[in-house]
Ligand binder design. Structure first.
Ligand code: FES
Length: 152
C-alpha cells in the first residue's frame, strides 16, 4: 500500500487559500493527487481552512466524484448495460478480475487499478464498452481487454 506523506498532503492543500470557500477546490486537489481522500488529509484540510471536520466530511461524502476509499490510478469501468451484456461484458469483466486479482468494486493492493461496473454509458453502438479513466474503448475484444487496460 502506498504511503501518504504529510508533506505532500500539506503541499497539495496549500495551493489553495486558507479559507472555507476553498473547501471543494481543496478536496478536488486531494482527490486528484491521491485518487481518493485519505482521512489524514481531511483532518489537515479542516485545520488549514479552519472548518469543522464534520463539514469537510459532509462535503466529501456528498459528491459522487469523491471517494473515501483508496482507488486505483486507473479506474476501469465495464459497462454491463443490455447491449454490452449481450456482446460479452461478463467475459470482459471476468478476464479483468482474474488478470488484476481483484473483484468489481475493489482496488488492487498497489493502488494501480480499480474495477467498477457501470450501467449503459450511451455508447451501445460500439458495445461492448470499457472505460479506462476517461477514455472510451468500444468493440472490446474479450481476449484483448486486459492488455488494453495495462497499456492505456
Ligand atoms: S449498454 Fe453498454 S453502452 Fe449501452
Amino acid at each position: 500500500m502506498r504511503m501518504i506523506e504529510i508533506e505532500k498532503v500539506r503541499e497539495v492543500i496549500g495551493q489553495n487559500p486558507a479559507d472555507k470557500a476553498s473547501l471543494i477546490a481543496v478536496l478536488q486537489d486531494i482527490q486528484k493527487e491521491f485518487h481518493y481522500l485519505p482521512q489524514m488529509a481531511l483532518k489537515e484540510a479542516a485545520d488549514y481552512m479552519g472548518v469543522p471536520l464534520s463539514k469537510v466530511y459532509s462535503a466529501a461524502t456528498f459528491y459522487k466524484a469523491f471517494s473515501l476509499k483508496p482507488r486505483g490510478e486507473k479506474i476501469v469501468r465495464v459497462c454491463k448495460g443490455t447491449a454490452c451484456h449481450i456482446k460479452g461484458a461478463d467475459l470482459i469483466l471476468e478476464q479483468l478480475e482474474t488478470g488484476l486479482g481483484i473483484k468489481a468494486g475493489e482496488t488492487s493492493e498497489d493502488l494501480k487499478f480499480t474495477i467498477e461496473i457501470v450501467n449503459c454509458v450511451g455508447a451501445c453502438a460500439m458495445a461492448p464498452v470499457m472505460i479506462v479513466n476517461d477514455k472510451y474503448h468500444g468493440n472490446v475484444r474479450v481476449d484483448k481487454a486486459l492488455k488494453l487496460v495495462k497499456k492505456d
